[in-house]
Write a protein that binds this ligand. Structure first.
Ligand code: ADP
Ligand code: TYD
Length: 212
């Protein structure tokens, strides 16, 4: 099956290091948009469809060296493909706003950069199997030490990547900022060190402008 063309909805993704406040802000933005009468779908990666949630448990739990970076690229892309087919594209076809906590930019960073330069492999598989970019990507920029302490305070089982520690968070922060320059047409950067309400206000302003 080839990936069908995009519908009339709007596809917005959130990126940033662990603990930067993405899930908090996705929920806040959904509230804001629903209050305007918009139909909003909130989802996340890895996951978002039953099959992709099963893959999520495989990639996020267990030893940090459980998978090679190459195997991870395949697993994350398989999860994404299922998520696109079953949830994201049907919602966009119905004209909904889709808010997704992480997407392909996370694979470009975590699998593409963290263990050698695999970015070309990530990009090739992406164009072969996914072939779509978001309309808008909100990057919540955040100091790595604060992000990691916020993330670890949550105490979930999905900590395989958090176990890679602050060095990984630092590399990912720099990588995301570089990615925002590379895809400057769709990326907007928000300062995640502010309080939750102020971050939410900045994001609402960016998204309202994009949807107008
Ligand atoms: P992410 O999805 O990026 O990993 P979360 O939204 O889960 O981040 O936030 C991680 C933790 O930090 C949560 O406990 C959340 O309540 C808290 N948090 C989120 N945003 C802020 C903020 N702006 N200031 C302080 N704490 C925050
Ligand atoms: P998530 O649950 O969103 O973590 P957090 O809320 O702490 O940001 O994502 C889990 C981890 O999965 C996160 O450490 C980044 C990693 N990840 C990848 O390595 N590649 C990917 O393609 C995606 C989507 C996530």
């Amino acid at each position: 099956m080839t990936i069908p063309p995009r519908g009339s909805g709007c596809f917005i993704t959130f990126e940033g290091i662990d603990g930067s406040g993405k899930s908090t802000q996705v929920a806040r933005l959904a509230e804001h948009l629903r209050a305007q009468g918009r139909q909003v779908v909130v989802t996340r990666e890895p996951g978002g469809s039953p099959g992709a949630e099963e893959i999520r448990a495989l990639v996020l739990q267990g030893d940090p060296d459980r998978w090679s970076a190459e195997t991870e690229i395949l697993l994350f892309t398989a999860a994404r493909r299922d998520h696109m087919e079953r949830l994201i594209l049907p919602a966009l076809a119905e004209g909904k706003v889709v808010l997704c906590d992480r997407f392909a930019d996370s694979t470009r960073m975590y699998q593409g950069l963290s263990r050698g330069d695999l970015r070309p492999v990530v990009d090739q598989l992406h164009s072969l199997m996914i072939g779509q970019e978001p309309d808008l990507t909100v990057l919540i920029d955040m100091d790595p030490a604060t992000g990691l302490s916020r993330a670890l305070s949550r105490q979930t089982a999905d900590e395989r990547f958090e176990a890679f520690g602050e060095d990984l968070q630092t590399a990912m922060r720099a990588g995301f900022l570089a990615l925002a320059e590379e895809f400057s047409d769709r990326f907007r950067i928000v300062d995640g060190a502010q309080g939750i309400d102020d971050v939410a206000k900045d994001i609402a302003q960016i998204v309202d402008r994009a949807l107008a």
